[in-house]
Design a protein around this ligand. Structure first.
Ligand SMILES: Cc1cc2nc3c(=O)[nH]c(=O)nc-3n(C[C@H](O)[C@H](O)[C@H](O)COP(=O)(O)O)c2cc1C
Ligand code: SF4
Ligand code: SF4
Length: 296
């Protein structure tokens, strides 16, 4: 009988959503039925989470400060108990896949999941364009988006053949998550408070309806940010006139942010930016982009 996957996801700025859409197509080609469920809608509309309707659960989200996006964590807290249900985790992060930086990123979720009877068999990180602080060169952003199809095919093959893939975080990764991610809820809400809409704002309201946690309101024609921010960066890139910036650290919002779909439709960007000959900082992506990671 056809197995049904419930693939729950959160995506701040579209990278994870793009990966999830490709993954759905690939997993379907391996014979699965894949239902995609958006975590923010579950919370906004108070929809019941019913893991027992699925044979396998998938959970996808961006890495934020070396750990899971806060909405993904909240989702695992709201999951009901099950008996030995398989779950796979898909992350997107700007760092090169396999770097010590992100190796402990799933730990806080896995603790919740295992205590509720979920069996985490598989974790995989897609390297995607950065949406925060550091901007990849645009041709590298496009190359990272282009390889998603190939990686999603490989991931689907591994999931269908029940391959076990788990991260093995070392001490450095655990320290990074302890210092960088655990203060994240506080840091994110402070980040929300330092965001503001500049005079460029035309009151279109896109940021208000787009915020996944309802953190933006209009008050006497002025855009106001509350304390519920999860630091997802969506409002900054959704704003058609790029009016949303933080009062401190304006470079956090990247000038050269386009999003996966826009990048893939462009023909003016050089292909094969990372090659065997690449040296220096970007050589970190060679293993992933030139298919030298140990994936089947
Ligand atoms: C607040 C914040 C913190 C981030 N921290 C990390 C990180 O620790 N490691 C990493 O690889 N990427 C990090 N990123 C980059 C995102 O994980 C990456 O761009 C991701 O693909 C965005 O996915 P989305 O478009 O689905 O939100 C961070 C992004 C934000 C907004
Ligand atoms: S205020 Fe902006 S950055 Fe914060 S959660 Fe809402 S959309 Fe994301
Ligand atoms: S999306 Fe930008 S222009 Fe529109 S209301 Fe928000 S800040 Fe103003």
């Amino acid at each position: 009988m056809q197995k049904v996957i419930g693939l729950y996801y959160f995506s701040g700025t579209g990278n994870t959503e793009y990966v999830v859409q490709i993954l759905q197509i690939k997993l379907q080609s391996y014979g699965f039925q894949v239902d995609i469920l958006k975590i923010e809608e579950i919370f906004k509309q108070n929809i019941a989470i019913k893991p027992n309707e699925f044979d396998i659960i998938g959970l996808a989200y961006p890495i934020h400060n070396w750990g899971p996006a806060l909405l993904a964590l909240q989702f695992t807290k709201n999951l009901s108990n099950v008996e030995n249900k398989p779950i796979f985790i898909i992350e997107t992060g700007a760092g090169p896949q396999g770097a010590a930086l992100n190796e402990a990123s799933t730990l806080p979720l896995i603790r919740n999941l295992e205590s509720k009877g979920y069996r985490v068999n598989y974790e995989y990180q897609f390297s995607m364009p950065s949406n925060w602080l550091y901007c990849h060169p645009v041709p590298l952003q496009r190359q990272l988006c282009k390889i998603v199809e190939l990686k999603a095919e490989m991931v689907s093959k591994e999931i269908s053949s029940l391959t076990k893939r788990r991260k093995r975080p070392g001490l450095l990764s655990k320290l990074l998550i302890a210092f960088g991610w655990y203060p994240m809820p506080l840091a994110a809400s402070i980040y929300g408070r330092i965001l503001y809409a500049s005079a460029k704002c035309n009151n279109c309201g896109k940021c208000i309806s787009g915020c996944p946690v309802g953190n933006i309101q209009k008050n006497s024609d002025k855009i106001k940010f509350g304390w519920r921010c999860t630091s997802c960066m969506r409002c900054a890139y959704l704003c058609p006139v790029r009016a949303i910036v933080p009062r401190i650290g304006k470079m956090i919002v990247l000038k050269n942010w386009y999003g996966a779909k826009a990048l893939l439709s462009r023909t003016d960007i050089e292909d094969n930016f990372i090659t065997e000959k690449t040296t220096g900082f970007n050589a970190r992506y060679k293993k992933y982009l030139l298919q030298k990671d140990n994936i089947a």
